[in-house]
Structures are given as structure tokens and as C-alpha cells.
Write a protein that binds this ligand. Structure first.
Ligand SMILES: O=C(O)CCC(=O)C(=O)O
Ligand SMILES: [Fe+2]
Length: 308
């Protein structure tokens, strides 16, 4: 069976000619890994996915990580994390955006970014497709980096950015807060949803992909707080804020985005060291289920600012 790729809109590819049930030869595994590294986001359609097959497929890309926030792991397959809306779990994930009540909306982020050691990637599969909404967005920050002008690229080499984990979206400094109201059950502090307290983390503004060596823009809006010691890069505080605003606006440019509308049998794999992602969420009561496996991050891309 020969593999071919078809570009998605703007970024990422659809992989054709692959069947998740076929035996995985070493050559096939190598080909899949190369496609993942080359394109960052890979879509497979019409796959006959079972939890076991999803786990076996995901292991091609590295050892799997048990999600540290074990709230909804599958009892039978602890490597599988169930993302579900339309039921019991909606309350803390519900908020109002410009007058619309939405469940499960997520700003652009990297998974486990706040630990300083983001996971390497993840695989999502459609279990139950939302009747309305429920898109997953992907943004290629290697492409976003390449599109910057040379002066900005040179400036970013001198800059580190600090991310401050928060449960209260209203206190995130660079997300779009226009028309946002938390819901009555929105968590206020990590312990409200049994999360630990994560310290701040710091990343280079121009990251280097540990495997491909490609430069990746180290700016994602969720938890983004400030430039660390802006004076060292010759920036005033005002200038450092303006720079982050400009960079966040750049990451929001649709030229770097692909929004996936789920169909039954879909599987999406991404490189979490390069592609940020987001979720549009669904209207209240819309059922949606996604199974997720996580490929362990074995590189320290950032570092944690520990309190003395
Ligand atoms: O619900 C989605 O589409 C994506 C959720 C997400 O951010 C994740 O699984 O890491
Ligand atoms: Fe995520």
C-alpha cells in the first residue's frame, strides 16, 4: 500500500492510502514519522479505530504518556483520555462568549506547556461527532516563525517569555476577552478541579524543534504573561507588551491555521512541539466525544520558575 499526502487548507496534510488495521512494518513506521515531522498535523479519514488500535498507532511516534490530570482516563485503557461534552462534565467547562453559552472552548495552546516539558504530540479520534460546532483548530508555529521579518527574528533570539498557569480566563493577559463571562461553575483555582498548582514556566521566544531543528515561534496566547527581563533585549515594558500583542496577532493569522470539522472515522495526529491547537467548543447539550492518546515529551523545551 503506498502512502500519498494531500495538503489541508493552509497547513497540515491528509494522508491517503493508510489503513490503521494494516501491519506496521519498520519502513511504514519510519514513513509515518517523517510525514509527522515534515507537516506537523496529519489527518486520516475513514479509519476503523478501536482504543487498542489507537494506542498501537500512537506508539509509532514514541512512548505514551498517561495524562497527569487523570480525571477521565479510560479504565480499560489507561493510555486513553476521554474528552467528552454534552453531559455531566459540562458545568466547569461552560462560559459565555459574546452572549453565546459554549462548552469546551479552548484558546490556542500547547498541551502541558505549563510544565516546561510539553508532550511531543497527540492523537485524537472521533468517537461521537458533534451535531454543531466542536471543531479543533491547529496552528503551525514553524510556518508562523518563517513568515516573520528578519529584524523580528533577530530580536526573538534575545527574548524569553513567561507563562503563568491560571484557571481564570479573565486573568490571562493575551487571550481575547471581548464579550467573555465565566460561567457559574467556572473553576477559580486549580484545586476546584483537582489540578495541582503549576509554577510559572519560561520558554525561548524562538524555540528550536528538538528533532527537526526547525525554528518554532514560542508564543501561544493561553497563559502568556510577559517577556522576562525585557531590558536585556533593549525593550521598555510598553515595548515588550506591544511586541507580545503583535506576535499573538501574528499567530492568529488564518494563513497558519487549519480547523478540523470532525467526521466519524477521523484521526488527527499533531506535533505538539510545533503545532498549537484550540477548540471552538459546542452549544450546551450537544454531545461530542473524542478519544485522545498522548506521546510523551522527552525534551525540556522550557523551564519552570521555582519559588525559592
Ligand atoms: O476538544 C478538542 O477538540 C481538543 C481538546 C484539546 O485541547 C486536547 O485534547 O488537548
Ligand atoms: Fe489541548
Amino acid at each position: 500500500m503506498s502512502l500519498t499526502i494531500k495538503p489541508l487548507e493552509n497547513i497540515g496534510v491528509e494522508l491517503l492510502g493508510f489503513d490503521i488495521c494494516q501491519p506496521y512494518t519498520d519502513e511504514l513506521k519510519q514513513q509515518l514519522r517523517s510525514i509527522w515531522y515534515e507537516h506537523g498535523v496529519v489527518l486520516l479519514r475513514n479509519q476503523d479505530v478501536t482504543p487498542e488500535r489507537q494506542i498501537e498507532f500512537s506508539r509509532i511516534f514514541g512512548p505514551l504518556e498517561m495524562h497527569p490530570l487523570k480525571a477521565t482516563v479510560s479504565a480499560a485503557n489507561p493510555e486513553l483520555f476521554e474528552v467528552e461534552s454534552g453531559g455531566e462534565k459540562d458545568k466547569p467547562m461552560t462560559a459565555s462568549y459574546k452572549g453565546e453559552t459554549i462548552v469546551g472552548r479552548l484558546d490556542w495552546h500547547f498541551d502541558l506547556h505549563y510544565t516546561g516539558k510539553p508532550n511531543h504530540g497527540a492523537v485524537l479520534t472521533a468517537v461521537e461527532v458533534a451535531g454543531e460546532g466542536g471543531l479543533t483548530g491547529f496552528g503551525d508555529l514553524a510556518k508562523a516563525y518563517d513568515a516573520l521579518d528578519d529584524d523580528t527574528k533577530a530580536l526573538l533570539e534575545k527574548i524569553e517569555v513567561v507563562y503563568a498557569f491560571s484557571m481564570q480566563r479573565r486573568h490571562m493577559r493575551y487571550v481575547d476577552l471581548a464579550g467573555y463571562e465565566p460561567g457559574p461553575y467556572s473553576p477559580k483555582k486549580p484545586s476546584d478541579v483537582k489540578f495541582p498548582d503549576f509554577p510559572e514556566s519560561v520558554y525561548p521566544a524562538a524555540m528550536t524543534h528538538p528533532v527537526t531543528g526547525a525554528k518554532v515561534l514560542g508564543i501561544v496566547e493561553q497563559f502568556l504573561d510577559r517577556i522576562s527581563t525585557p531590558y536585556k533585549a533593549g525593550l521598555s515594558n510598553d515595548e515588550s507588551i506591544e511586541l507580545l500583542e503583535r506576535l499573538v496577532a501574528h499567530t492568529r493569522d488564518p494563513r497558519f491555521h487549519y480547523f478540523h470539522k470532525w467526521q466519524p472515522g477521523d484521526l488527527v495526529l499533531w506535533d505538539n512541539w510545533r503545532a498549537m491547537h484550540s477548540a471552538t467548543g459546542t452549544p450546551v447539550g450537544v454531545r461530542r466525544r473524542i478519544n485522545r492518546t498522548t506521546i510523551k515529551g522527552d525534551h525540556q523545551l522550557g523551564r519552570v520558575l521555582l519559588e525559592e
